[in-house]
Design a protein around this ligand. Structure first.
Ligand code: GLN
Ligand code: ZN
Length: 757
């Protein structure tokens, strides 16, 4: 038997079957039983595939109808009071999606991935109780197919650490209650079969934990390990190194520890101690969250280093984390350029990598086919270094010769020139860029993509939209206009499609939350810009009006953070390549007379590292990238940026250093509280704190916006404030947008009148 191990597998299905099943059930077109049937067939297919691929430890309970943390809340009966009347599937989906009466639980990002989990809500009233059904049933389901699974559970410290307490209590006060239930669960599982392996996912161990939290590890894992001799406990950590926790875990009777050697290479530092403990190491040597093929040569080197500490019988080969974060299979991708395609490996292909690598690592005999695959792997890895499709010498040279470019003129000087040039008012009104994406616009884009309509027809449709959009903004009385972004399906995809070095898959969906999936672009090669990407739309919009039209770009860091990024050069390098490409776009826009340009950095904060120690480095290249992107802007070109966040306290210095002339942000839900930090640090540049929340169809009243503006005025002077919604309007409907923006403009007029009164 080859010695390998799988942390977890995607569940949405090769053709997003789970998504479709859920959505048609939610739309009352099918029954819950139909969902369960689809779920069963997916589980069966996935288990069988893993089995056929030669995976030794195959997971169960990694499947979920919505989210594993939500499943754990059900397992432990952590149900907020407002859902008390509900049960079973109604309860389950209500927690995730809300009901008319009860607001859904909060959802947030799973560490630094684009997966989102449902935040458990703890309170004094939480009635912990074990509901083991799902865990038990899934094990039995696999067993009936002849597959004995390893059982995945959320670790106690991670579960509690990701929870929130509605009465502001320390979430870890609940440790013993949860531990009791887990002991009860293990006892129940113990009756199911001999020799069980149970994996506790503890990704929180890769964060900088305080000593109080660290002190919980030993008692918990001592207790869990002692429940039954028949049960082997695995603790799984990923996304970074977990050395502080690992040290402690090595002193407990757990059987194995799984560590990430891709994003947490520092884990190597624990191996000396690991060796002494004689525990099993599950070595995450294959990237579980990126889509590029492993270079077996590199992997063998890494494994050889590991093997100098860990003896073979104590070593299992695995991925760095669950494969949840990668798409299902490359098989369906028949439109990808073959040179790009051969560099990729999705979940199913990674199963094969695990198998092959474990054969190589343990010197098992390779059959002919495997040998051929290994030779091919070497060729591909070598070709990747040389290929002219991947490597663009000119771009590399240009970047090497760049010294960090600062914009011309200091902010104080620039803003004077800009105010004289644009002549906008205090409390200038604007929007974040996109306007409602109507069914007609979507249909036209799709038809063009499918070559059902000509380029000309398509462009006419877009122009019509832009024209109407400009007319609408003039009619409402907005001051700084935008073209409305009808040509963009997605703010990253739009740019990726026009840049060299990007590829787009047809089916490479990954789960973002619940039934929602995203299909990130693949950055496989050096990035460059063959031609202008936005200039014609922006200039067309500008031709329709005497008012100022703001150009609209997506920033380098956001493009990077929302893509799968090649792993053969540092991310910082890729980021700068994108920035360089964008700098030419900025220049082309200003030359074409578009002198107010917004560079969106919606995902700037998402890329922050999990360890405090690494933040400085990230901030430094992320900042450099943004600055490079806008470096060609003249003094009288005004650079805006937009960020979809409200928490700036910990990153305010970096925001300041970005040196955008205007930043629009998402603070509408917090009054003026979150704006205070801008005042505290003496932030000089202009700020447009969103005055209403665009994430709901609710139309804000004039009075409400007036109140909000007055709150903002308490913090910053009107000369520094812009008034705008808190994000783009593309998900909203026209009638809501019309009324909301009318109210916004009217509110500004009222506030201005107050001032002169
Ligand atoms: N300009 C983009 C829009 O308005 C910004 C969206 C975002 O930041 N998420 O849609
Ligand atoms: Zn936004």
């Amino acid at each position: 038997m080859s010695k390998n191990y799988l942390i977890g597998f995607p569940r949405i299905g090769e053709n997003r079957e789970l998504k479709r099943a859920l959505e048609s059930y939610w739309a009352n077109k099918t029954t819950y039983n139909d969902v369960l049937e689809v779920a069963s067939s997916l589980k069966e297919k996935h288990w069988k595939e893993q089995n056929a691929a030669g995976i030794c430890y195959i997971p169960s309970n990694d499947f979920s109808l919505y989210d594993n943390i939500l499943d754990t809340s059900i397992l432990l009966n952590v149900i907020p009071k407002r859902f008390e009347a509900l049960e079973n599937e109604e309860l389950y989906f209500a927690l995730a999606r809300g009901t008319k009466e009860a607001q859904a639980c909060e959802m947030t990002k799973w560490f630094n991935t684009n997966y989102h989990y449902i935040v458990p809500e703890l309170s004094k009233d939480t009635k912990f109780k074990l509901n083991s059904k799902k865990v038990v049933d899934e094990f039995k389901e696999a067993k009936a197919l002849g597959i004995k699974t390893k059982i995945n559970l959320t670790g106690i410290i991670t579960y509690l650490g990701l929870s929130k307490s509605v009465d502001n209590e320390d979430v870890y006060l609940n440790v013993n209650k949860v531990l009791d239930l887990y002991v009860e669960l293990l006892k129940e599982l113990d009756t199911l079969d001999d020799n069980l392996v149970i994996q506790f996912d503890e990704p929180i161990f890769v964060k900088d934990l305080d000593s109080k939290v660290l002190s919980l590890i030993k008692p918990i894992y001592d207790t869990l390990s002692k429940v039954s001799k028949n049960i082997k406990i695995v603790v799984s950590t990923y996304f970074e190194h977990s050395n502080e926790a690992s040290k402690i875990l090595l002193t407990t009777p757990i059987w194995a520890l799984s560590l990430d050697f891709i994003y947490g290479l520092t884990n190597l530092e624990i191996l000396e101690e690991f060796k002494a403990s004689n525990k099993v190491l599950i070595a995450g040597v294959i990237d579980g969250r990126n889509v590029f093929k492993s270079d077996f040569n590199e992997k063998v080197k890494l494994l050889n280093t590991i093997k100098t500490y860990i003896k073979e019988e104590n070593l299992l080969i695995s991925t760095s984390c669950s494969l949840l974060h990668v798409p299902y299979t490359l098989d369906l991708e028949d439109k990808l350029n073959s040179e790009v395609k051969e560099c990729l490996a999705f979940a199913r292909e990674k199963l094969n990598e695990i198998r092959l690598l474990s054969i190589i690592c343990f010197n098992k005999r390779l059959n002919q086919k495997d040998q051929e695959e290994i030779i091919k792997n070497k060729e591909i890895s070598e070709n990747r270094k040389k290929s002219s499709q991947i490597n663009n010498k000119d771009i590399q040279k240009e970047l090497d010769s760049l010294t960090l470019l600062e914009r011309v003129g200091a902010y104080e000087e620039r803003i004077k020139v800009q105010k004289a040039f644009f002549k906008y008012n205090d409390l200038a009104t604007t929007t974040i860029g996109s306007f409602p994406q109507t069914p007609e616009v979507r249909a036209s884009r799709l038809a063009y993509k499918r070559k059902e309509i000509s380029k000309e027809e398509y462009e006419n449709d877009m122009k019509q939209y832009i024209k109407d959009c400009i007319a609408f903004q003039e009619e409402v009385g907005l001051e700084i206009l935008v073209h409305g972004e009808p040509e963009r399906n997605d703010m990253v995809e739009y740019f990726g499609e026009q840049l060299d070095g990007f590829a787009f898959s047809q089916y490479a969906w990954v789960q973002s939350y619940g039934s929602r999936c995203v299909k990130p672009p693949l950055i496989y090669g050096d990035v460059s810009r063959p031609s202008a990407m936005t200039v014609s739309w922006s200039t067309y919009a500008q031709e329709q009006t005497q008012k100022i039209v703001k150009g609209m770009l997506t920033g380098p860091v956001t493009i990077l953070n929302w893509s799968f990024v090649r792993d053969d050069i540092p991310r910082s390098e890729v980021s700068k390549q994108i920035a360089l490409a964008l700098s030419y776009e900025v220049d082309d826009l200003q030359k074409a007379g578009i002198k107010m340009i917004q560079v969106d950095e919606a995902a700037f904060k998402e890329g922050y590292p999990l360890r405090v120690k690494n933040i400085k480095e990230y901030e430094s290249w992320a900042l450099e990238s943004f600055k490079l992107a806008v470096s060609k802007a003249q003094k009288d070109t005004q650079i805006h940026t937009h960020m979809c966040y409200s928490q700036f306290n910990d990153i305010i210095t970096t925001i300041e250093e970005m040196d955008a002339d205007v930043i629009t942000i998402e603070t509408s839900r917090s009054g003026n509280k979150l704006l205070q930090i801008f005042k505290e640090v003496g932030y000089k540049q202009e700020v447009g704190p969103g005055v209403y929340d665009i994430h709901s169809p609710r139309v804000p009243s004039v009075e409400e916006i007036v109140k909000q503006i007055n709150l903002l005025k308490e913090v910053l002077p009107v000369t520094q404030l812009w008034i705008n919604p808190d994000c783009g309007l593309k998900t909203r409907k026209w009638p809501e947008v019309k009324q909301s923006l009318k109210n916004l403009v009217q509110a500004v007029e009222i506030v201005r009148a107050q001032k002169s009164a």
